[in-house]
Design a binder for this molecule. Structure first.
Ligand code: FE2
Length: 264
């Protein structure tokens, strides 16, 4: 697996607090089957003013610890961008894209998107970037208006889901939306968004099993391994997801048929 959303770099944000914690998180990720990760510290003006040099220096520091501990994991540079003014200029200047690709990870206030949200996303697209909306299932505006979410996807925006959302870690409404997103073929990536071992649990392995059992294993592979791989290689993330839902849809149809037979 490849985890595209992690707060693994120590001391840069509300994620890992020190190098030991980072190593412990990496060990847990490895035990769940992760081979590569993208380090995505928050970038929020006045709160987390991380830049290219700060991120690169921390990755260097973590990499030397990885060698010392002989851990089989690779770290790519990235960032989680909070939607705010002048974000495009900052992204270009500080190279805040994911793993050197055209993809960027973007977040916003969970309660409401900024008024010009679609316009900001569009400006990124014009500038050659492909935005990925971080933990899309946690946004209140999408809970209230699913068509708005579909509209965002139709604009070419990709969606990342947190693995633990599927199991109710952020509450029932988030859990409900995360299942609905999967059922409607709206998810492009599943990642951990890990902040530490004592915070939200890392449930990548459970999410992989959940998808394999409730949809099929190809979908688990697509969202947790193949699409992240394409991202790192700067390849297109095709909207092929619907193919993976055929089996589930067929199964539901059969269930309905059986129900009807019993009613008769
Ligand atoms: Fe995050």
């Amino acid at each position: 697996m490849i985890d595209i959303h992690t707060h693994i770099l120590p001391g840069l944000d509300d994620g890992s607090t020190n190098i030991k914690e980072s190593i412990d998180i990496l060990k847990e990720l490895i035990s769940q089957g992760v081979e590569e990760i993208i380090a995505t510290p928050h970038i929020i003006s006045g709160v987390y003013d991380n830049n290219k040099k700060i991120i690169e220096d921390k990755i260097k520091e973590l990499n030397s610890e990885i060698i010392t501990h002989n851990l089989p994991i690779k770290i790519h540079k990235g960032a989680e961008l909070y939607c705010e003014p002048n974000l495009i200029e900052k992204t270009k200047r500080e190279e805040l894209n994911l793993a050197g690709s055209k993809y960027i990870l973007i977040e916003s206030d969970m309660q409401r998107f900024p008024d010009n949200f679609e316009d900001i996303l569009y400006q990124f697209q014009i500038a050659g970037y492909t935005p990925i909306l971080a933990h899309a299932e946690r946004f209140i505006p999408f809970m209230n208006d699913f068509n708005y979410l579909l509209d965002i996807i139709n604009r070419g925006i990709l969606l990342q889901m947190n693995c633990s959302s599927l199991f109710g870690d952020y509450g029932d409404n988030v859990k409900k939306l995360s299942h609905k997103l999967l059922q409607n073929g709206c998810v492009h990536f599943i990642a951990s968004d890990v902040h530490g071992l004592n915070k939200s649990p890392i449930m990548l392995k459970e999410a992989y099993q959940f998808l394999s059992e409730n949809f099929n294993e190809n979908l688990a592979k697509l969202l947790m391994d193949e699409n992240p791989k394409r991202l790192i290689q700067n390849e297109e993330i095709e909207n092929m997801i619907e193919d993976y839902y055929v089996e589930e849809k067929t199964r539901q149809t059969l269930k309905e048929k059986i129900k009807n037979i019993f009613r008769i």
